[in-house]
Design a protein around this ligand. Structure first.
Ligand code: NAP
Length: 232
């Protein structure tokens, strides 16, 4: 099929971003709002400065009662895109996984794995049958590409997230929706730090283009911001 014959996917008009208080999630929510989409963005702390042009909801995704309450408040809404962006990384880069404190391990896993997947499961029925469910993974979630080590528990959390989202996709094999695990690159945010090679403005537009290009393509993909496949 030539480019001229490729059907233009319908625009993303209604968007739900989980983790929109700062960093990548905030920038993604504001970028969709700038495009004219109706955007709901969740923040954990109600005192957070709301993202510009975004309807703000509250969610700490480690609290199942808050997930259920958000689902109830959004009842009857329909989204073209659900993007769960929230995540944490706690340990210093070169701390061995076995040296991580129980509390840090629990927080990273409950947030990046259990909280993210509970949020997906609870909110997925609000997503249009031809829509997109995206989850922010990381290149560090790739087991195959881990030759350098570092950020051991964070890496493990993203690999576990990838595995659970892959199982979700297997359970929804007949689903027409686009299911995306996305790796934004190493970006200058609170998590990425000021020395990261990419700015938010270098990562977020590329991510949005990749989401656009996968719109209407059923099934799971693990992609970097440019749309290239990441090895599992
Ligand atoms: N920056 C990078 O280089 C990079 C690379 C690969 C992947 N990622 C992933 O991209 C995502 C965003 O990261 P970022 O760089 O933008 O980090 P960030 O600036 O530290 O922002 C993290 C976001 O996650 C939210 N969050 C954390 N725990 C939460 C919880 N329990 N419930 C709800 N929200 C929670 C934070 O909310 P609060 O404001 O309330 O803390 C904040 O909005 C993460 O999943 C991260 O793993 C980042």
């Amino acid at each position: 099929m030539s480019d001229e014959e490729t059907p233009t996917p319908s625009p993303i008009r209604d968007v739900l971003i989980v983790g929109a208080s700062r960093g990548l999630g905030r920038a993604i929510a504001e970028a969709y709002a700038d495009r004219g989409a109706r955007v709901v963005g969740t923040v954990r702390n109600p005192d957070s400065e709301p993202p510009t042009g975004v309807e703000t909801e509250r969610l700490d995704l480690t609290d199942p009662a808050q997930i259920a309450a958000l689902r109830a408040r959004l009842d009857g809404r329909r989204f073209d895109l659900l993007f769960v962006v929230a995540g944490v990384s706690l340990a210093p880069r070169w701390q061995a996984g076995a040296e991580t404190s129980d509390d840090d391990f629990d927080t990273v896993m409950r947030t990046n794995v259990l909280g993210v997947m509970r949020t997906v499961e609870a909110l997925q029925d609000l997503v249009d049958p031809a829509g997109t469910i995206a989850v922010m993974s990381s290149g560090q979630g790739s087991v195959a590409n881990n030759t350098s080590g570092g950020f051991e528990v964070y890496r493990a959390s993203k690999a576990a997230l990838n595995q659970l989202f892959r199982s979700y996709a297997a359970r929804h094999a007949d689903d027409a929706r686009s299911l995306l695990l996305l790796a934004p690159g190493w970006v200058q945010t609170g998590m990425g730090g000021p020395g990261a090679p990419l700015t938010i403005d270098e990562s977020v537009p590329a991510l949005l283009n990749t989401i656009d290009r996968r719109r209407g393509v059923a099934g799971l993909a693990y992609l970097d911001r440019n749309g290239d496949t990441v090895a599992w």
